[in-house]
Design a protein around this ligand. Structure first.
Ligand code: ZN
Length: 136
């Protein structure tokens, strides 16, 4: 059992519209989707850059995870997401390895994914997202 690949990198931004324009210039391609995850207090947009995916995250409320992150650390890389085949099995495996899993039960994330996060303090300061594709 292992993590399969980097599924996407999440970047926290203050203003999604402005950042979409900025990253469109950088990547030379338009974002293909905007999606709000109300339960997380976040609005996201997604870019495909070759085989890779970048997620921009704008807070919709100050006391959600992205709102708090921006207040504390400012804009920048927020998390690295890894694709997994069986998220429940990975949660069990990683807990046994001593990682703190923030979501014992995987939850619905953006872009048709089941997701769970590992606490950054157990991963050298990096917030790790596990994500498993779920069919539409
Ligand atoms: Zn993500």
């Amino acid at each position: 059992m292992q993590l399969e690949k980097i599924e996407h990198i999440g970047i926290a931004v203050k203003d999604l519209e402005k950042s979409n324009e900025l990253f469109e210039k950088l990547f030379g391609t338009r974002h293909y989707k905007v999606e709000e995850v109300a339960s997380e207090g976040v609005k996201t947009s997604f870019f495909k850059v070759g085989p890779n995916k970048i997620e921009l995250l704008e807070p919709t409320k100050d006391d959600g995870p992205i709102g708090k992150f921006l207040a504390k650390k400012g804009e920048g890389i927020h998390h690295i997401a890894f694709a997994v085949e069986d998220i429940t099995a990975e949660i069990t495996r990683l807990k046994e390895e001593g990682f703190i899993v923030l979501n014992e039960e995987p939850k619905k994330g953006a872009d048709n994914k089941l997701v769970a996060f590992l606490h950054p303090k157990t991963a050298n300061g990096v917030l790790i997202e596990l994500c498993q594709e779920v069919p539409d």
